[in-house]
Design a binder for this molecule. Structure first.
Ligand code: IPD
Ligand code: CA
Ligand code: CA
Ligand code: CA
Length: 264
């Protein structure tokens, strides 16, 4: 595979899709819900996924695609080249705020992340990375992360972590929230991964994320030295929903050992 050519191809698809999304604000957006009343999807999420899939199938018929909205392939193994696509990550932000959402894309071969993209459409910020070639924000290379401490860290968590929940014990999390420098929550896992990669936030964690939420951002974060794993410290499997944490390498294992007490 010519990865440089595929990188240029993917970037042009992403920019074209971003243009469609911006244009959609001049149309009537159809909103519906999926698994629950707050699990939203729009016709734009679906159209953008279909746009990518039709192009990829036309130009790379032997590649497979896993997309959130279900128009892609039924992926049961990581063999070959797989595109993990979230056409709009942060659909709630897209609907309510018309900003703070992203196109998230990761291209893997045999489970190894080769090309990662997160495009913050309204900011026109394209984060990208090629394996072993560094991570970029538009044309500027992101520097490697410097080490930090829990006391100096900004933690990307949402309020459900300190409310009763079925995944983790609250007490260590409350301790973490009290000890760290501050907390943030942005509502798009892909954008939160780029905040970690850019050193604006030192950790981002979520109780349940899907492969398309993290596949692109993980490659970008890894290129600046951040570590991604499940809450058990394992490599994300990319075939189903899992717990997820990405952190500055200097505090990743301390977070897992001292602050995340899984209930199961
Ligand atoms: C969601 C966003 C959100 C995260 C959810 C995801 P979607 O993706 O990334 O920040 O907390 O778990 O499902 O549905 O907007 O693509
Ligand atoms: Ca969704
Ligand atoms: Ca998502
Ligand atoms: Ca989505």
């Amino acid at each position: 595979m010519n990865w440089g050519a595929l990188d240029r191809y993917a970037k042009s698809l992403i920019k074209e899709a971003g243009h469609h999304i911006k244009h959609s604000f001049f149309t009537e957006i159809e909103i519906s819900s999926k698994s629950s009343a707050n699990d939203l999807v729009t016709n734009i999420d679906q159209e953008i996924e279909q746009f990518f899939i039709s192009r990829i199938r036309r130009d790379f018929p032997d590649h497979r695609i896993m997309g959130e909205e279900g128009f892609g392939d039924d992926i049961q193994s990581l063999e070959g080249i797989i595109w993990f696509l979230d056409p709009i990550d942060g659909t709630m932000n897209f609907i309510h705020q018309k900003r703070n959402f992203a196109i998230s894309l990761g291209i893997y071969i045999d489970g190894i992340g080769m090309l990662g993209y997160v495009y913050d459409v309204m900011a026109d910020d394209l984060y990208s990375a090629m394996k072993d070639e560094g991570a970029y924000l538009n044309d500027i290379q992101l520097p490697k992360l410097k080490s930090t401490t829990i006391e100096e860290a900004i933690i990307g968590v949402n309020a459900s972590w300190v409310a009763p929940n079925r995944y983790v014990d609250n007490e260590p999390m409350i301790d973490l929230v009290n000890r760290c420098r501050g907390t943030r929550s942005y509502g798009s896992a892909a954008i939160e991964l780029t905040h970690v990669a850019a050193g604006r936030v030192d950790v981002y964690m979520s109780m349940r994320l899907s492969p398309w939420d993290v596949a692109g951002g993980m490659i970008i974060a890894s290129e600046v030295g951040a570590v991604s794993s499940t809450m058990k410290g394992e490599r994300p499997g990319l075939l189903e929903q899992e717990t997820f944490i990405v952190a500055n390498a200097s505090i990743h294992s301390q977070l897992l050992d001292d602050f995340i007490a899984l209930k199961k």
